[in-house]
Design a protein around this ligand. Structure first.
Ligand SMILES: [Fe+2]
Length: 337
């Protein structure tokens, strides 16, 4: 009896200690642009695993398949799945993911890619989506999840910027540049209807959108939402229409990391770009981005989103492959009525 009481007291003390020490936090790590054969891949995957976040989100370019070669893409997904460091990550946290172009199967690709259904099958298999997952019942790879944190929850909405995307229109004067396309689509009709439904019915406190390409940054010549200005505006209007609580975009593709923030009236919108888990480059670090807050990061890195429910704070941290913070940003959670 005495022993039973003693062990009960120990259990209670353990939980009190745990809550006081760590408080109520939700941590989501994220990254993109990853080549598994580089030794830096093992380093960064193991670093993220050690931190045991509540989730890890792939933001595309998980592997680099040869353009148009489905077999190569599948082999690469399988090899990454079987890699010890990735298995270590999967054991330490729940992994979510969406593709960008190189794991979709073709550079800067879109709706007209002929092997897109094979790519989708292989992405879903890599992510381990169960056969009854709703994403199987529709075209494309968009998905949504609820991440519970005591009485709060985070809605994770993964957007597919490939499967329905119309072909880019190239600039007449500069063939390296894409022209703004006011007629084309990035997300396609069905996905837009699904997004609106997600936002309309959501009672989540924080809304995390994962997407391959940047939403806010609009001056560089590479892929971005603002190549489809109508769709970018539509996204911002939807957030405003439903006053979506604490909207945070997590994006990739750029081979550098940076934080962009826009005032969208009822709140500020975060676009945290974490790109270059193994593929960081430095040639675009001085590019113009009117929404940038903080530095551009040209070394291999990953991101962390931490929601501190007790202190009501959202933090975005970029860390190098060994887990050393390179930049940290913090803002208050929106007041919820
Ligand atoms: Fe990409």
């Amino acid at each position: 009896m005495i022993l039973f009481r003693f062990s009960k007291i120990l259990t209670v003390l353990f939980w009190v200690f745990t809550i006081v020490l760590w408080g109520q936090k939700t941590t989501l790590s994220f990254g993109s642009c990853h080549k598994m054969d580089k030794s830096s891949s093992d380093v960064i995957l193991n670093t993220i695993a050690v931190e045991k976040p509540d989730g890890f989100i792939w933001l595309g370019d998980i592997v680099y398949g040869e353009d148009g070669n489905s077999k190569d893409l599948k082999t690469k997904f399988d090899r990454l799945s079987n890699k010890a460091a990735y298995q270590n990550l999967k054991q330490s946290t729940k992994v979510y993911g969406i593709w960008d172009d190189h794991d979709y199967g073709i550079n800067d690709g879109g709706a007209d890619y002929v092997n897109k259904s094979e790519s989708r099958r292989d992405l879903f298999s890599f992510l381990g989506l169960p056969k009854d997952h709703r994403a199987f019942q529709r075209e494309g790879a968009y998905q949504a999840y609820t991440i519970q944190a005591n009485k709060h929850h985070v809605r994770l909405i993964l957007l597919d910027n490939r499967y329905f995307k119309t072909r880019y229109v190239k600039s007449k004067n500069n063939r390296q540049q894409y022209r703004k396309d006011r007629k084309g689509t990035l997300l396609g009709k069905a996905q837009w209807a699904w997004i609106e439904k997600q936002l309309k019915n959501s009672n989540a406190t924080v809304h995390v959108f994962g997407c391959g390409i940047q939403l806010l940054s609009n001056k560089h010549r590479f892929e971005k939402w603002s190549n489809y200005p109508k769709e970018r505006k539509k996204m911002l209007r939807l957030l405003q229409k439903y006053k979506v609580k604490n909207p945070i975009f997590l994006t990739g593709d750029r081979h550098m990391s940076e934080l962009s923030i826009a005032n969208i009236g009822y709140t500020s919108l975060i676009d945290a770009t974490s790109s270059g888990m193994t593929e960081a480059l430095t040639y675009n670090l001085t590019e113009e981005n009117p929404y940038r807050v903080g530095p551009t990061i040209g070394e291999d890195s990953y991101g962390q989103l931490i929601v501190d429910w007790d202190e009501r704070l959202i933090s975005i941290i970029f860390k190098n492959s060994k887990g050393v913070p390179l930049y940290a940003y913090q803002q208050d959670l929106m007041k919820i009525n």
